[in-house]
Design a protein around this ligand. Structure first.
Ligand SMILES: *[C@@H]1O[C@H](CO)[C@@H](O)[C@H](O)[C@H]1NC(C)=O
Ligand SMILES: [Cu+2]
Length: 663
């Protein structure tokens, strides 16, 4: 009974502040975050609030708040107007102290007062990170749409040229709209695909995924994040295969994996500047990896890798207590993901290290490995900027190959694994044209420049070129000969058919490169079922996030509700379709309809599970699909007859066209 009353009380507390108010508080907290508060209510909170005066507002009796206050009083906290990197251990620790305070708040009132107060006393980068992750993970954040980070911290999403122009415009009080070009020149082949790694929506997806599934997450914060390690594999695998497909459409070879003992082929000049901390460091071509002082030796990376490969070869991981953890099953990839990233879920971080996180820092520091020049962290040391650097994809190809080694050590699926008795797909086709094009898009730069109360607002915008495509639908005729209704899991993949040398892929060497397009569940009545699925409904994508200005306007109206934008993790829907070629790029479109009666972990068949579950899970719930991510193409296919003989599986050939005319 006691428990029940407590739950009811907490639910009531969360609901006490209406959503439009909570949304507007967040908007205002993030407006011009490097300056003092611009809004009177927040100013008032910041001036009069004492975080530890009333400890009854916290679930932990004020422990987290006391801790942070003590660190502040002892002058241990990072100064304001300084760069922040999540990979910096002390900075992360501080951001998490604030995150913890937010998570311990029983009421919105507690959270917003703390936010207003700490925004004035903590490093801005730490503050933004703590606020974003708390809104995502706290019950108090329910319904809030986080403003797009590219409008809150634009420095991390645009280049120094644009930033300089914005400052000039502000100083001279002239409104400005600036063309944002991709880094590099035509002399650098990698520039052909810079539109992918520098896409603001793609970067938002990447940084948000890492906020939804932080490597520092512990279950004490609010429960277990289901299949976090596997999602780590899958989201990065999908970024890798998508990038490879973009390369093919631009007449480039697929990415080669990074190797610690070989030179890093591509250098990178980021042309990106910190708000505080100067330029992001550049890296010349063909450098040999150097040990990074205070981080890791190249040798350590090689050792970590070989321990992981050893685990794969053995088929088991050794836990810290010496316990053997079998990985020769569907769950193995989840464990491997935990140890490779590594996250707090790693069963033995002492032994298996943190390959991914360390590699990001190693790469970020190669421009100044001994700290001689006091350079700030590199682009690889921020999830917002990492994909700009071509070595991001080399690094992830390298890790992807480790995962592949594991997946391909598992037995291939048998006919019984794949079969859905009584169900066959008669036809599969596309309605509408598969056509990609580039278009212009504007975003707000006003938060990039310094401001102060009383200084006139100047309109500042960046104009970016971004990939988009025409809407289309998949059409399938599915026969259910079972005599009763069944649930079908629809899995759609798009797989490049030729490499850059025009060698054709077959099942054996092409299935690892397939792009996941959608996954959904549908009831199949006995007899014929005509199924039409729109590209805009894809479970791997999200729509464009509304601008900060439009969120402020909407919250002002007092009737704010935008559940469709609540989750920002997901490939931008406009990038669902990989770029085509002028005369058409050949892909195999694959549909597998498997038994939803087994696959689906939720009772509600036709729910969209938050709309972006394929790469990002269903927030606060278990992953809707019981099968391994990538099923049924995630294992070796030595004998394609197994698929040919499976009638609930269909392959058709399609072409994706690219329209050269800018829209
Ligand atoms: C894939 O394998 C087939 C048959 O083994 C081969 O003919 C083809 O060249 C390979 N394709 C690529 C891109 O490696
Ligand atoms: Cu990542």
């Amino acid at each position: 009974m006691k428990v029940l009353v407590l739950c009811a009380f907490l639910a009531l507390a969360a609901a006490e502040t209406p959503l439009p108010k909570r949304q507007q508080d967040v908007n205002h907290l993030l407006w011009n975050v490097y300056d003092h508060h611009h809004f009177d209510d927040l100013k008032g909170y910041a001036a009069s609030f004492d975080p530890v005066a009333d400890k009854s507002q916290y679930k932990d009796g004020g422990e987290a708040a006391e801790h942070l206050v003590q660190e502040y009083k002892d002058h241990r906290l990072l100064e304001q107007h300084h760069w922040f990197s999540l990979f910096n251990e002390r900075q992360r620790e501080e951001a998490l102290m604030l995150f913890d305070v937010f998570m311990q708040c029983k009421t919105w009132d507690c959270a917003v007062h703390n936010a207003a107060y700490w925004r004035e006393h903590m490093n801005e980068g730490e503050f933004v990170y703590a606020l974003y992750t708390a809104v995502i993970h706290s019950d108090l954040g329910h319904g809030i749409v986080l403003p797009p980070l590219y409008e809150v911290t634009p420095h991390m999403f645009t280049n120094s040229e644009i930033i300089q122009k914005a400052y000039t415009a502000k100083m001279t009080n002239q409104p400005g709209k600036f063309e944002m070009e991709f880094t590099g020149t035509k002399k650098n082949k990698e520039q052909r695909v810079a539109y992918f790694g520098e896409d603001i929506g793609m970067n938002l997806h990447h940084v948000t995924w890492h906020m939804d599934y932080p490597f520092w997450w512990e279950d004490k914060y609010g429960g277990h994040l289901d299949r976090k390690g596997e999602l780590f594999f899958w989201v990065h695998h999908q970024l890798t295969v998508r990038f490879d497909s973009e390369r093919l459409s631009n007449h480039l070879d697929m990415v080669d994996e990074l190797q610690w003992e070989k030179p890093v082929e591509e250098g990178f000049a980021p042309h990106t500047i910190y708000k505080y901390g100067g330029e992001f460091p550049a890296r010349p071509d063909h450098i040999h990896f150097e040990d990074v002082d205070g981080v890791a030796r190249v040798r350590d990376m090689v050792i970590t890798e070989s321990r992981i490969r050893d685990a794969i070869a053995h088929g088991y991981i050794t836990g810290k207590d010496g316990k053997v953890i079998d990985i020769m099953n569907d769950q193995g990839v989840d464990k491997l993901g935990d140890i490779i990233e590594s996250s707090m879920y790693s069963p033995n971080v002492q032994y298996y290290g943190a390959l991914h996180n360390m590699a990001h820092i190693m790469l970020g520091r190669q421009g100044d490995p001994h700290g001689k020049y006091n350079m700030p962290p590199g682009v690889m040391e921020h999830f917002e900027t990492a994909t700009r650097d071509p070595t991001f994809f080399r690094l992830h190809k390298y890790m992807d190959n480790i995962f592949k080694e594991h997946k391909y050590s598992l037995p291939p699926y048998t006919h019984e694994d794949l079969d859905f008795p009584g169900v066959n797909i008669d036809s599969l086709s596309i309605e509408g044209e598969l056509k990609t094009f580039f278009e212009d898009y504007e975003f707000d730069l006003r938060n990039a420049v310094d401001s102060a109360e009383g200084i006139a607002m100047v309109e500042l915008k960046a104009n970016v070129h971004r990939l988009n495509h025409n809407d289309f639908s998949y059409v399938a005729d599915v026969n259910n000969n079972n005599g009763n209704e069944v649930v079908g899991t629809f899995r759609l993949y798009l797989c490049p058919e030729y490499d850059n040398n025009h060698e054709q892929f077959d099942f054996n060497n092409g299935s690892w490169h397939c792009i996941e397009m959608d996954k959904f569940w549908k009831k199949l009545a006995p007899g014929g079922n005509h199924v039409v699925r729109k590209s805009s409904d894809s479970a791997v994508t999200v729509p464009d996030v509304p601008s900060l200005q439009s969120l402020m306007d909407a919250a002002d109206s007092g009737s704010f509700s935008m559940p469709e934008y609540e989750r920002a993790c997901g490939i931008p829907n406009r990038m669902l379709l990989p770029k085509g070629k002028k005369d058409g790029m050949e892909f195999a479109l694959i549909l597998a309809v498997t038994d939803g009666g087994y696959d689906l972990t939720h009772p509600d068949v036709e729910s969209e599970h938050g709309g972006t579950h394929a790469h990002c899970g269903a927030h606060g719930e278990i992953y809707p699909d019981k099968r391994p991510m990538g099923f049924p193409l995630d294992r070796r296919i030595p004998d394609r007859r197994v698929f040919d003989e499976t009638t609930n599986f269909k392959l058709t050939h399609v072409k994706v066209y690219h329209d050269d005319h800018h829209h």
